[in-house]
Design a protein around this ligand. Structure first.
Ligand SMILES: Cc1cc2nc3c(=O)[nH]c(=O)nc-3n(C[C@H](O)[C@H](O)[C@H](O)COP(=O)(O)O)c2cc1C
Length: 402
């Protein structure tokens, strides 16, 4: 008898993960910078964006296939880079890689990932992308880049929104750090979650596998300020594959990144984990789209919790959408089965949302699918009204096509 899935939404997964994971681990996943306002705002701003239902449209045969950076994916979705996924579940990385194969979706291995880059690419049948954090020096960073290239990665993401790791109050309270130093409070926390603790010990305590090849241990709080414009230029010259820059939220930065020959920009505020006063990522997306023009590739994450959010992000200018925390919640809640249920929910939601708004193909989702309560207000549109968006999406200048 097959077990009925117990995850029907990101919130289900979050609640179940909170029960199953030690508080220190759950807080590491859920936590954010400061008072965690930006993290909440990322989600709540999605609720302010409405879609326009359409009737009697030709939606009998719908497809979620999405072409991005020269490749077809089954969904407009991927899994965002997240460090130390095996803390959520001892086999999280293999289950993420399996999801890549099953769903034909890109998944990202972080520099701070808990599996090696060769393994992850093999498990995911070549679908993994590698995410780079600047580490220690340009030389050390380029060693990592060269290892990723030698392993066969075709897509590299440089994350630039962590010049310094923010203070995350939950982590400080819980004494969470890497390398991990057990405190009595942490040991009590683990003892109260024996299932997680035993399976984690059984599979080996996770450790970052890719940060440095210099023999030094990973320091989560080390400065990453070396990821500057010179570094990006040098990285572009060195990396022959697709290059994505993650963590861009300003139009000026976006234009400069584009001018350096980067293949795509990943609009994200790191899930509110870096700057608590950052604007909601979804509010920044149409602004970046306007800056870079209609055809420059954009990815998006931060606050995406269901398929309707995915459709809204695409309507506001994203070509591809990445899921972050919900993946770790689902893995923490129910391992690989949890992740599969979550992805099923996303895929169904995207498909059913498209049916409601009269859209049969992902590439047909645009600003016209958004609802505006005051479409033609004389003195000004609503922030997200179609006229504003049409203006917002008009390019400042056409991007050079590569
Ligand atoms: C536990 C955790 C670890 C993360 N580690 C990384 C990382 O190593 N590299 C990176 O670029 N982003 C990292 N991120 C940020 C995610 O890639 C993504 O931008 C963020 O989770 C999106 O916000 P959301 O999860 O609220 O949707 C991490 C996020 C979480 C929750």
């Amino acid at each position: 008898m097959t077990r009925r899935p117990s995850i029907f939404s990101s919130e289900d997964a979050r609640i179940a993960a909170q029960k199953r994971l030690p508080r220190m681990i759950f807080d590491f996943i859920e936590g954010a910078a400061g008072r965690e306002v930006a993290s909440r705002r990322n989600q709540s701003r999605f609720d302010d964006i409405l879609l326009q239902p359409r009737a009697m449209a030709d939606i009998g045969s719908r497809t979620l296939t999405t072409r991005f950076l020269g490749r077809d994916y089954a969904l407009p979705l991927g899994i965002a880079p997240m460090g130390m996924c095996n803390l959520a579940h001892p086999r999280a990385d293999t289950q993420i890689a399996q999801a890549a194969v099953d769903w034909q979706m890109p998944v990202c291995l972080s520099s701070a990932g808990s599996s090696g880059l060769v393994d992850m690419l093999r498990w995911s049948d070549g679908l993994a992308w590698f995410q780079l954090y600047f580490g220690q020096s340009s030389e050390v960073s380029f060693q990592t880049v060269d290892r990723a290239h030698a392993a066969g990665y075709e897509t590299l993401i440089l994350t630039v929104d962590v010049p310094e790791v923010s203070r995350r109050i939950r982590d400080q309270r819980n004494g969470f750090g890497l390398p991990f130093r057990p405190t009595p409070q942490a040991l009590l926390d683990f003892a109260q979650h024996p299932r997680w603790t035993f399976s984690t010990l059984l599979h080996g305590v996770p450790a970052p596998q890719n940060f440095a090849s210099s023999g030094k241990s990973f320091d989560r709080t080390a400065s990453r300020a070396g990821a500057d414009w010179h570094f990006l230029q040098a990285l572009r010259d060195r990396w022959p594959g697709k290059l994505i820059v993650k963590g861009i939220t300003s139009p000026e930065d976006a234009l400069r990144v584009r001018s350096l020959g980067v293949d795509a920009i990943y609009v994200s505020n790191h899930g509110g984990r870096q700057l608590d006063s950052a604007p909601a990522a979804i509010d920044l997306l149409p602004i970046i789209r306007r800056a870079v023009g209609p055809s420059y590739p954009l990815l998006f994450d931060s606050g995406v919790r269901n398929g309707e959010d995915v459709v809204k992000a695409i309507a506001l200018g994203a070509d591809f959408v990445m899921i972050g925390r919900p993946v770790l919640y689902a893995l923490g809640a129910a391992g690989g089965a949890g992740l599969q249920s979550l992805l099923q929910c996303f895929a169904q939601d995207i498909d059913l949302t498209m049916a409601q708004i009269g859209i049969a193909r992902i590439e047909d989702i645009d600003t016209r699918t958004l609802f505006s309560a005051v479409p033609q207000a004389a003195s000004g549109d609503t922030l997200l009204g179609p006229r504003t968006l049409a203006t917002a999406l008009r390019p400042l200048q056409e991007p050079a096509r590569k």
